[in-house]
Design a protein around this ligand. Structure first.
Ligand code: SF4
Ligand code: SF4
Ligand code: F3S
Length: 265
């Protein structure tokens, strides 16, 4: 196509980098095609060849070159305690790097639950004061793509949307794209008929678990979780947590670590 590639600068604060890992497994379109022909990924902490001072120079040059045109993608969040010393990047608090990138960006994308809500780093008592993007830059145009990690095809679809329409997709009241976060996991779940019929798994190795009954009594958070897992699925459409026999832990929801999501009945 003749469309110029969308410049994307992708930086990591406090993260596990698995949102990058997730994105790299995008199958439709292939991550390689996105990187080679749709976006100009001039800076990506995890996969770029440059390192150290050279990498930081690349970042500053890209900001200068694409001023007002680029998407700043944030993976992870920002520890604000102790003047930001829990995440030092190029000798400075990561917050400085983020601020520089946000300032000249056209819009900002918060990849994953870390950047969107805080995730595990912000779990009570949040010793580093890990802070998500929207709390630091509330007035910047931005989009949350929560999930731990975010779903690969959702990440690529959002970039594709921005490239195609030159605007952000329509967002819900929490700043998430409606097309992927508008429906509860529970309302798309293939086990839903069992929920409605009152047929539940009662223990991990019972007959109900083997025959695929509803996981609500095993702590499934599908009824309070908004994400596209049952429709897009994971691993190139193969499966998703509930299909593998475990309930949803609500990994795309705000404060899911503090909501007794793990093995709580
Ligand atoms: Fe890792 Fe989850 Fe944070 Fe993504 S949201 S960087 S997968 S901890
Ligand atoms: Fe709802 Fe979870 Fe039961 Fe599916 S397994 S119907 S999401 S409670
Ligand atoms: Fe996360 Fe639940 Fe999907 S745990 S991966 S939102 S099914």
């Amino acid at each position: 196509s003749t469309k110029p590639r969308l410049p994307v600068l992708w930086i990591n604060g406090l993260s596990c980098s698995c949102c990058t890992e997730s994105f790299l497994r995008t199958a439709h379109p292939l991550a390689a095609d996105i990187i080679l022909s749709m976006i100009a990924l001039d800076y990506q902490d995890t996969i770029m060849a440059a390192a150290g001072h050279q990498a930081n120079e690349t970042y500053e040059q890209a900001i200068e070159k694409y001023k007002g045109q680029y998407i700043l993608a944030l993976e992870g969040n920002v520890p604000m305690n102790e003047q930001g010393m829990y995440c030092i990047d190029g000798g400075k608090p990561f917050y400085e790097k983020l601020k520089m990138g946000v300032e000249h960006a056209k819009a900002v994308v918060a990849w994953g639950t870390c950047a969107s809500w805080g995730c595990v780093q912000a779990a009570s008592p949040n010793p580093t004061a890990a802070t998500p993007l929207h709390k630091l830059f509330p007035n910047k145009p931005q989009i949350k793509v929560p999930g731990c990690p975010a779903i690969p095809e959702v990440m690529s679809a959002i970039l594709t949307y921005i490239i195609t329409y030159d605007r952000l997709p329509s967002l819900d009241s929490q700043g998430r794209p409606e097309m992927f976060y508008g429906v509860r996991v529970h309302d798309q779940c293939y086990r839903r008929a069992h929920f409605d019929a009152g047929q539940f798994v009662e223990s991990w190795d019972d007959e109900g678990a083997r025959s695929g009954l509803c996981l609500y009594k095993m702590g499934c958070k599908g009824p309070t979780t908004y994400n596209a897992c049952p429709s897009t699925r994971w691993n190139n459409g193969v499966s998703f947590p509930i299909q593998s026999g475990h309930g949803c832990i609500g990994c795309s929801e705000q404060n899911f670590w503090d909501q007794q999501s793990f093995y709580d009945r």
